[in-house]
Design a protein around this ligand. Sequence first.
Ligand SMILES: [Mn+2]
Length: 387
Amino acid sequence: MRLLHTSDWHLGRAFHRVNMLGAQAGFIGHLVETVREHAVDVVVVSGDVYDRAVPPLAAVELFDDALHRLAALGVPTVMISGNHDSARRLGVGAGLIDRAGIHLRTDPAGCGTPVVLGDAHGDVAFYGLPYLEPALVKAEFGVEKAGHEAVLAAAVDRVRADLAARAPGTRSVVLAHAFVTGGEQSDSERDITVGGVAAVPSGVFDGVDYVALGHLHGCQTLTERVRYSGSPLPYSFSEHRHRKSMWLVDLDADGSVSAERLDCPVPRALARLRGTLEDLLADPELTPHEDAWVEATLTDPVRPDEPMARLTERFPHTLSLVFDPERGPEEPGVSYARRLADRSDQQIAEDFVTHVRGAGPDDREQDVLRDAFDAVRADDTAREVAR
Ligand SMILES: [Mn+2]
């Protein structure tokens, strides 16, 4: 049986100020094309379909379009909710769309009830484990201490119990949305830490033939049988080295697994550039990045004038500007209170300007600060008098 494993679509999410709906629609088209081209038997989507509990209308419409196109292919799809989805909202109508071959699993109580799909070699049981928020599901699973490992282990126990009651040779696939130990994080996953522990060892899935994970946004292999597909699109600059992909997984008659990584279309490259503004504007080696979405870290000791306007002349898709001035080492070990002692408000404000910009205020700016402090003091005095 041939599976296509994807996750973390985050429909409706923007990348900085760029609306990603067009790129997301492009991915859905690519997904449908891939299913056809590679003769996929089952599509698995491991959570975070949407970016938030109440997604924008355009994202809901895109999801609806995706469901119609997947159903029209006649290829079954198994899907779970992730930590960004509202399980209850996403799950509305799940019983009905089941009949169209879209098997949406959002209810923790259904963890031990698989979608059973067959091929020439027999049955494959697909267990959709929606994202399990420990505090909300600990009663369902009868665990005393609410932690990710405890609830996920209890859910997979139900999977193994159900599997044990099926015909020998029944193969198994689990969809889960979790942070599994050994996975590498990026900046665009929402933290799910509970009591200081977010990660679950991959051993909780022992006995399952293939585990299609969602949550982490980089495509990665934890073991031959336990993989993350990652998101199809980047949602933070920390993903600038990711090659976004899906897994094409062949599940053989004996449950052995072989997986091929299929790359997703790249709407626009990402680049993280660092240097002084003049360097970034002049360096010929940066020419390949001129069309990229750029995050620029400026190291100028003095913050330059209108850096964004000047950067976008060369890099029109600059989305993020960070200042990290290179300066000499600052006085170590002096407390904040000590640094402020014996200084006037005016001096402290001027020091602040120097600190954030690299150069102190000029005469005109000093006047602005002085006027501001005078105005505040006049106000305070007026209030004292009125009391
Ligand atoms: Mn996600």
